[in-house]
Design a protein around this ligand. Structure first.
Ligand SMILES: [Zn+2]
Length: 314
């Protein structure tokens, strides 16, 4: 049976994942800024916020959190290990590279396979010299679409996925068809689409697009609950209900993309902009609302437990 590595060095089987949030961030930072101006960061606040988010989620029944924080988002395995040690949560870490456009200069003159080897190293040996191995691969495509830099990352991700079998969880832009573009490129690189999550597809309620992505056999992330600036909760809920009615429950993954802290904005700005954005919004508020709209306990179990299990099991 597939072993899924957890932050901290333990490993579990896919049926031990339990109730899983597929896309949340314990901490999000801009790579390099901390190194240059460490005094900008309040380590205690970051740790306390991560603990608050994770423990709240656990109190609401969450068992596992997948954290797709990679290069470009300030991945720090030691920080994640501290949160796991203190909270007892099951967290799965990622490898990969997060850029919307250009590559870090380091990778500009190095090959796709060189990058893929680094991803494989995180998966098979561990991240940043810790015991924490990566359990999945992350990349991003946003408004600019698949730029030459992003093309290289997607191919490297697909090759590392092929070598190791671990799933891919993406960030996509829902309004330019980039999810379908990601699928097309992954397919060229022979990725197994049944172990791919096209992320952030739920930022649109364009059913034509949503079903076009689903028809390719991937999982989709309805994974930005609480980010009402991109699409209000009521519309996200309506999408879930409609797609379940159309028979797609086995491909839907619900999450929040919540960042316990994020340095892209001042903390007060985040709180004002997205007041519902937290790792417990789904179990606390969304699932009861979906149930009231006729979604059954079985269907919730499929989305929150069974689909993550099938994504990771191979
Ligand atoms: Zn994210």
């Amino acid at each position: 049976m597939t072993k899924i590595p957890l932050v901290g060095g333990n490993a579990i089987t896919a049926d031990q994942l339990g109730f899983t949030l597929i896309h949340e961030h314990l901490r999000t930072e801009t790579d390099g800024v901390r190194f240059q101006w460490p005094d900008l960061y309040d380590d205690k606040r970051q740790f306390d916020r991560a603990m608050e988010e994770v423990t709240n989620a656990m109190q609401h029944g969450v068992r596992t959190i997948c954290d797709p924080t990679v290069l470009g988002l300030g991945r720090d395995a030691r920080f994640m290990e501290r949160v796991v040690k203190e909270s007892g949560a099951q967290v799965v870490a990622a490898t990969g590279l997060y850029t919307y456009r250009d590559l870090p200069h380091y990778f500009e003159n190095r090959s796709i396979d060189f990058m893929a080897d680094l991803f494989v190293r995180d998966i098979t040996m561990g991240i940043q010299g810790t015991n924490t191995k990566a359990g999945f691969i992350k990349f991003a495509t946003d408004e600019p679409g698949i730029t030459p830099g992003v093309d290289k990352v997607i191919r490297a991700a697909a090759r590392a996925h092929r070598q190791t079998g671990v799933p891919i969880i993406t960030h996509s832009h829902a309004h330019n068809g980039s999810g379908l573009d990601q699928i097309a490129l992954l397919e060229k690189e022979d990725a197994d689409l049944s172990h791919v999550v096209i992320g952030h597809v739920g930022d649109t309620d364009n059913l034509e697009y949503l079903t076009a992505v689903l028809k390719r056999g991937v999982f989709i992330g309805l994974d930005r609950y609480g980010l009402d600036i991109y699409l209000p909760t009521e519309k996200r809920n309506k999408t879930v209900v409609t797609l379940i009615d159309q028979g797609y429950v086995g491909q839907l993954l619900l999450s929040q993309d919540a960042c316990a802290t994020i340095d892209w904005f001042e903390p007060e700005e985040v709180a004002a902009m997205v007041p519902n954005w937290s790792m417990s919004y789904i179990p606390e508020t969304i699932l009861p609302t979906l149930k009231a709209s006729g979604v059954t306990d079985d269907q919730i179990h499929t989305m929150m437990v069974e689909n993550p299990r099938r994504l990771f099991d191979r």
